[in-house]
Design a protein around this ligand. Structure first.
Ligand SMILES: CC(C)(COP(=O)(O)OP(=O)(O)OC[C@H]1O[C@@H](n2cnc3c(N)ncnc32)[C@H](O)[C@@H]1OP(=O)(O)O)[C@@H](O)C(=O)NCCC(=O)NCCS
Length: 165
């Protein structure tokens, strides 16, 4: 059975555990690197700050009570936009709708706070994630996203209207 937990800054050890697992498992998927969050980058105050973004919602998916996935909804650059970031599902729990569940949770959160559009950035060759987002009705904005480390290609920026959520 799937459940959802909303994290507060005191929950930083759980977020840390999942985020370090995500950066280890899927370095191709994220702008942040494991190296940035290890060693001197791995500090309680830094994790707490990450879970204290004003107006954000940090969520963990529970499968039969066990934490198996994570996502955040954060306010966007403009008041009518929100963004989905940090989506990850443990490989042992994939293909069971956890990704769907987390995206829907962020869509509901965005709609409840009155946002019109949910945006996200995805690596262009992350086909699984792109397929998942397209299945949820996200489309390419055509905007140029952040440059990837090699400095040639860019992230894709996708968006979905929250009017019908
Ligand atoms: C992308 C990612 C989040 C998807 O998570 P997931 O939990 O496997 O997603 P879902 O289970 O909702 O959907 C995956 C597939 O399982 C299928 N599925 C969903 N529920 C199912 C069920 N109950 N039974 C069988 N199949 C199911 C979906 O139809 C989908 O199939 P498709 O890939 O052919 O479209 C996960 O692969 C991941 O964490 N990847 C690495 C990190 C990443 O890329 N993050 C995104 C950054 S932008």
């Amino acid at each position: 059975m799937l459940g959802l937990r909303t994290l507060e800054s005191d929950d930083w050890p759980l977020w840390r555990e999942l985020r370090l697992a995500a950066l280890t498992d899927a370095p191709y998927a994220f702008g942040s690197t494991l190296a940035e969050w290890q060693g001197s980058g791995d500090r309680e105050e830094r994790w707490r700050t990450r879970l204290s973004i004003p107006g954000a919602r940090d969520l963990v998916a529970l499968l039969d009570g066990l934490p198996v996935g994570m996502v955040s909804g954060v306010p966007g650059g403009e008041a009518e936009n929100v963004e989905l970031i940090s989506l990850w599902v443990n490989p042992t729990a994939r293909g069971q709708g956890v990704g769907d569940y987390l995206i829907q949770a962020v869509e509901r959160w965005g709609a409840e706070r009155g946002a019109r559009t949910l945006r996200l950035s995805v690596m262009p060759d992350n086909r699984k994630a792109v397929a998942l987002y397209e299945r949820h009705g996200f489309t390419d904005t055509g905007e140029s996203g952040n440059l990837l480390p090699a400095g040639v290609r860019r992230e894709r920026v996708l968006a979905k209207s929250l009017a019908t959520v």
